[in-house]
Structures are given as C-alpha cells and as structure tokens.
Design a protein around this ligand. Sequence first.
Ligand SMILES: [Zn+2]
Ligand SMILES: [Zn+2]
Ligand SMILES: [Zn+2]
Length: 274
Amino acid sequence: MRVTLLGTGDTTGTPTVGCDCETCLLARERGLERTRFSVHVENERTGESLLIDASPDFRYQFLRDGVALPDAAIITHVHFDHLDGLGNVFRVLRDLTVYAADETDPVTGESVAETVANDYHYLDAVTVTPVTPLESVRICGFDVTLVPVDHPPLLCYGLAIVDPETGAKLSVTGDTSYAVPERSRAALADPDLLLADAIVPASLCASHPAGGRHEDEAGVPRTFGSKHMTREGALALADELGATRTRLVHLAHYYPAEEAFEAPLAVDGERYEL
Ligand SMILES: [Zn+2]
Ligand SMILES: [Zn+2]
Ligand SMILES: [Zn+2]
C-alpha cells in the first residue's frame, strides 16, 4: 500500500490566499504547502488507486505529485474542501465509482451518498455506490470500512483501509472532534499509519468563540470548538489507537510559524509505504 498525502490543509489551505501571516510567509519561502484535504492510496499488487476525498485542488495535486488517476473514490462528508473537486473528473476519467455512506443525515435529509449523487447527477463518469458504515467493503483490492466520527452538524466518517494480503493498515480520522465513538475507535485501532485531523494547537482554543472541549486531566482541550481535534487531541487519540506512525493533517495556517512545520505535522507530497 503506497499512501501519498495530496492535501494536508484545512479549508483555506496554506498558504491562504491573501494572507501574509508568518506561517503563510514561511510556507512560501520554504516552498511548502498544504492544499485542501485528499489522500491517494495505491495498491501495487492490483495496480489500482483509491482517492480519499475530492479536493478542490484535485487537478493541481495530481500534476504536482504525479500519481495515477483514481479507479475509485470515497467521500467522507459533504463539506466543500472534501467534495467539490469531484467535477475535475469531467473529460479526464471515463468512469469513477464513488463510495459514500448510506445513512440519512437529519440535517440535510440525505445520506452523503445521496448528496454526492444529486450534486454530480450531470456527470456521466460518476457512479455513486452507497455503503453501510462499520461494514467492510472491498475497494481496489483493499478492505475499506467507513466509521462514524463527530463533526457537527453534519455526518462525517473516518476510514480504516486494510490490505487483506499483507495486513497493512491505514486509518484516517476524517474531520472530527475528539469524541470518536467507541465502535469507530475499535475499527481504527492499531494502524501502521494514522492520519489525524489536528486543525490547530490547543492553545488557540482561547481564541475560538466556543472555546475548547474534551479537556484532558491537565485541562488541555482535545477538541477545538466543536468540529475538529486540537493537535493535542489528535496525538492523544493516536496514542489510544496504538498507531505505529502518525501524521497530523487538515492543518490551518493559524499554527504559529515556529510550530507549523514541526513533526508530526504533515505537508503535501509525503509518501508512505505500508
Ligand atoms: Zn496565513
Ligand atoms: Zn468538514
Ligand atoms: Zn475539512
């Protein structure tokens, strides 16, 4: 399993358009970037590629990292930064099966699968296949399980991706607070590589109107506002899941410049062999 981090940023990316904060300046200076979230997972045995989320930066990411076009895709939730790149497949791919959860979201009245199908009904190349969370499905030769996470107000899913031949495992938290349900934690446990949402360091909760939540014993918030984990929350989750290796993703340019490019914070283009 070859994993390429196509997009490691939050919804505005780093550098952010029109921003001259120290973190964005340093990123430009060092030629580093965090485009909108997406991960490319290649199965070297079958020659197939699976795309996790369709970043608005899809075209640029595929050109930059030189990875194979996807044979299938998974959409974790219907936020702009994870879905709105799907239109890039027009006249690029003849056929793309897009997997998404089948549970009806009370907020939208539709499942993620239904929203994707409705939004892209005009694209013949897109075929949506609904899948039931916590049930494994075979995609590109991998056993893939969508796991419910906590990203209010919308339904959102993390992913466990296992190569049934080698046992290699990639877990992705998806956009989530620290309140990942127990059954989902069990499915995500013991990955060779964990990609965890860590939008900002916990210190920034003081500047969020809703503050932080899910404090640890020392009072450090593991959730920023209500939707995302703090860096500290993501690292705590990684520890609890027993991740062999962890990279933090979905990162905002609000990280102070001196912390923004320190391990284990990911940048675009990183590659892992599992
Ligand atoms: Zn900035
Ligand atoms: Zn989101
Ligand atoms: Zn997002």
